[in-house]
Design a protein around this ligand. Structure first.
Ligand SMILES: [Zn+2]
Ligand SMILES: [Zn+2]
Length: 95
């Protein structure tokens, strides 16, 4: 009855992106590892996608509009940061 292997495979539906995920794979009961990482900074899953599902957390690649926005904001900040670094590098080594 209380088989931990079966328990590991119990899935829940993510409140944010709507994907199913293994309950044990996420720190949050209502969010998949992907969303809990982006929204709350929890350890991300190193997704291993097979046939459109992650073999480790069962996430199916769904991304909500809100998460998309968050990711693009993070991306812009990263680009700005890298851009500034390159600028300083050029500035320092140009002559
Ligand atoms: Zn999610
Ligand atoms: Zn995963």
């Amino acid at each position: 009855m209380n088989n931990p292997l079966i328990d590991n495979k119990k899935t829940a539906k993510c409140d944010e992106c709507g994907s199913n995920f293994y309950k044990k794979s996420s720190k949050m009961a209502a969010l998949c590892p992907e969303c809990s990482h982006i929204l709350y900074g929890y350890e991300p899953c190193k997704h291993d996608m097979l046939n459109g599902k992650c073999t480790m957390c069962y996430w199916d690649g769904s991304v909500s509009e809100y998460i998309k926005k968050k990711i693009s904001q993070m991306f812009v900040i990263k680009i700005r940061y890298i851009g500034t670094r390159q600028f300083f590098c050029k500035f320092n080594f140009a002559g």
